[in-house]
Design a protein around this ligand. Structure first.
Ligand code: FES
Ligand code: FES
Length: 172
């Protein structure tokens, strides 16, 4: 079957057997190997991607089920021209990873959380990442990394607001 989806802002197509999982389509057909396979049984969250902005485990979906939909993988986290997104900077600064196997999924879950809740509590972060397993870090620094991203996004938004206010004042 032919499937077409928007992946990280670009329309991508491929011919797949109906049984092909989304994670295999991303990794094998599109060579987006930042999406990891940990368990293949919907348990670990390593394969998490965003489907229309919501985190999903891509080992749980068939590629044909997302025909026509929007997918974001870890490769699409940084905006065009930016080396790293705030969530990636947070994981770097707070040492939110060790082996890195869980990290793409954790960062996508974290970025989706911050989209709908820009100032989460630690408990809200823990709830958001509760479907993702990390065998290395003990989770403390993952929570700190997401808080770091929340803070830098909020500071950037304040800076943008101040700039817009100054520009509005200058035109009066
Ligand atoms: Fe999909 Fe573990 S590989 S949840
Ligand atoms: Fe190794 Fe999370 S950093 S599994």
């Amino acid at each position: 079957m032919k499937v077409t989806m928007r992946v990280n802002g670009t329309e991508r197509s491929g011919d797949v057997e109906p049984r092909v999982l989304l994670v295999d389509f991303l990794r094998t057909n599109l060579t987006l190997t930042g999406t990891h396979i940990g368990c293949d049984t919907t348990s670990c969250g390593a394969c998490t991607v965003l489907l229309d902005g919501e985190p999903v485990k891509s080992c749980t979906l068939l590629a044909v089920q997302v025909d026509g939909r929007d997918i974001k993988t870890v490769e699409g986290l940084a905006a065009h021209g930016a080396k790293l997104s705030p969530i990636q900077v947070g994981f770097h600064e707070e040492h939110g990873l060790q082996c890195g196997f869980c990290t793409p999924g954790m960062m996508l879950v974290g970025s989706a959380l911050l989209e709908r809740n820009p100032n989460p509590t630690d408990d809200e972060i823990r709830w958001a990442i509760s479907g993702n397993i990390c065998r290395c870090t003990g989770y403390m620094n993952i929570v700190k990394a997401i808080q770091h991203a929340a803070q830098s996004q909020s500071e950037a938004a304040k800076g943008m607001g101040a700039k817009q206010a100054a520009m509005a004042g200058g035109t009066e």
